[in-house]
Design a binder for this molecule. Structure first.
Ligand code: ZN
Ligand code: ZN
Length: 167
């Protein structure tokens, strides 16, 4: 709880994504929602990922599919690459291991503020909000992502060398 938040915001989990996962707060920006969704993956809170997916596009996914995917991933770190506050777009790289091999998920996510739907409401405790940020959809840029080298700082944010940490 007092450990650094997995989203690498620099705050503790308790001060960062935890209140959102609890439903005591909702995200105040696209970036905050993005961070909390990544963090929910690391905490195996697949339902949070599901209910913060926009009702407009939620039919494209299922809680079961999210859960199955997450079971295969050991999440290591999040790098926010670019935030476009005007267009509510966040580009990020999420690092994980699958079958012991380092991999990454590079995505440009589109977020949208919408009327809160029942799926999200049921996660919230007594919040007097009528709209919330949702994840709408994504594109996948074909940029080269530099894989961490043995002596690089670890992708998890520990400030240790990759080879002595997650490598
Ligand atoms: Zn966080
Ligand atoms: Zn590490």
């Amino acid at each position: 709880m007092n450990n650094p938040c997995p989203c690498k915001s620099g705050n503790t989990y308790k001060q960062c994504c935890y209140p959102l996962h609890l439903g005591n707060e909702i995200a105040q920006s696209a970036e905050q929602l993005m961070r909390s969704r990544y963090c929910a993956f690391t905490k195996n809170d697949n339902e949070y990922v599901y209910v913060t997916h926009s009702p407009t596009t939620r039919e494209n996914i299922s809680l079961d599919a999210i859960t199955q995917w997450n079971k295969q991933c050991e999440w290591l770190g999040l790098d926010i690459r670019h935030v476009d506050k005007h267009n509510h777009v966040v580009e990020f790289v999420a690092w994980y291991k699958q079958d012991g091999k380092l991999a990454f998920h590079h995505e440009v996510s589109q977020f949208k503020q919408q009327t809160i739907d029942t799926a999200l409401i049921h996660r919230l405790t007594n919040l007097d909000e009528s709209s919330a940020w949702y994840y709408l959809d994504a594109t996948y840029p074909e940029k080269v992502i530099k894989m961490p080298q043995r002596n690089d700082n670890c992708i998890c944010g520990s400030k240790k060398k990759y080879k002595r940490c997650c490598g």
